[in-house]
Design a protein around this ligand. Structure first.
Ligand SMILES: [Zn+2]
Length: 111
């Protein structure tokens, strides 16, 4: 019998603990009965790492902003992102720019 990979970190070393499945790598525990389908958006950063609401990311290249006098510089840190549907799939606030949407392919999750 094979257990699913960890939904958080994709570890293969998941084990059973009673009704729960436990991931030894990120300590995530979940009840497989409750996970019918993966819910929510799957948004990946430039490295293919899955992003989640509340994550902090850095911008990996200078980004032009429509209507702004300057670019968002590479290395800019963006806190507390929110994932949304669409082409620009990260809703966030960037210091000095305010609320805006970014493409996940132009950011990298901070670990
Ligand atoms: Zn895990």
């Amino acid at each position: 019998m094979s257990l699913p990979n960890c939904p958080k970190c994709n570890s293969e070393y998941v084990y059973e603990d009673g009704v729960l499945l436990v991931c030894p790598e990120c300590a995530y525990e979940w009840n497989p009965e409750e996970v019918v389908e993966e819910e929510g958006l799957v948004v990946l950063d430039s490295n293919g790492t899955r992003l989640a609401d509340g994550d902090t990311v850095t911008v990996i290249k200078d980004l032009k902003v429509k209507g702004a006098p300057k670019d968002i510089k590479q290395g800019t840190r963006v806190k507390n992102i929110r994932l949304v549907e669409g082409d620009h799939n990260i809703d966030c606030k960037v210091d000095g720019f305010g609320a805006m949407k970014l493409k996940s392919e132009f950011v990298k999750k901070l670990s």
